[in-house]
Design a protein around this ligand. Structure first.
Ligand code: GTP
Length: 210
């Protein structure tokens, strides 16, 4: 296992995307966060965001949520997925545990909002979330988490308790200097509109949803 301080073996673009560009305190109904924006380009309109508890101790086993952007769920409360409620719970848990939410701009598992809406059209015709991406000629999951490692390292964090049900997010830390000491599940019970999607996550994508 690499030691903290070892260089992270990341593609150059992901290292540069973890460049700190600006920060400010943001009071929210959950409590106050220090929001830090990270981007390769200082003028980037969609930087990755870290919402850091003002008393986060980087030497502790920090509670961390890596949350991929979901405009439909996070912003508008779409019930097709569990994203909005996962973000809500994460913000609560991170406030309570003095941790960090990293909001990664990987809308639609990396395919973007236009393609995600096309995928939803296909899902309404009977495709599942995996088949819809494939039908569109796109990756089922095009996300990379290297930039999240760069952001955590910028925040001085070495050990994390990761809030996720997704094995790929946990595995993404295998090669880096940051240790996942614990996985914390974040399971949202299905509603009628999200039932098929969550079943595909369980059966087709191997998420720990039981
Ligand atoms: N392509 C596609 N993306 C979707 C669909 N539903 C949700 N998403 C996206 O899936 C991603 C979910 O991100 P997260 O909640 O961070 O991660 P996760 O893979 O669900 O894993 P957890 O950490 O267990 O929540 C977001 O980028 C959503 O926009 C869908 O039907 N199709």
């Amino acid at each position: 296992m690499p030691e903290h301080g070892d260089p992270i073996l990341l593609p150059p673009s992901e290292i540069s995307d973890a460049t700190r560009r600006a920060e400010a305190l943001i009071p929210t109904p959950y409590g106050t966060f220090r929001m830090v924006a990270y981007a390769g380009d200082a003028e980037d309109y969609t930087p990755h965001l870290a919402l850091v508890h003002p008393e986060m101790d980087p030497n502790s086993e920090v509670i961390v949520r890596l949350h991929s952007e979901c405009i439909t769920g996070d912003l508008f409360g779409s019930m097709r997925c569990d994203c909005g409620e996962q973000l809500d719970r994460s913000l609560r848990m991170v406030q309570a545990g003095k941790g960090v939410v990293i909001y990664l701009r990987q809308e639609g598992r990396g395919i973007g909002i236009i393609n995600k809406l096309k995928a939803y059209q296909l899902q309404d015709q009977g495709f599942d979330t995996i088949e819809a991406n494939i039908h569109l000629g796109l990756e089922v999951d095009g996300r990379h988490y290297g930039v999240a490692q760069g952001i955590l390292r910028d925040l001085g964090i070495r050990k994390i308790q990761l809030l996720t049900n997704n094995p790929l997010k946990v595995d993404s830390f295998d090669e880096g200097p940051i240790e996942v000491v614990r996985r914390l599940p974040i399971i949202v019970p299905p509603v009628q509109e999200s039932e098929a999607y969550l079943k595909t996550k369980l059966v087709g994508m191997g998420h720990w949803l039981k």
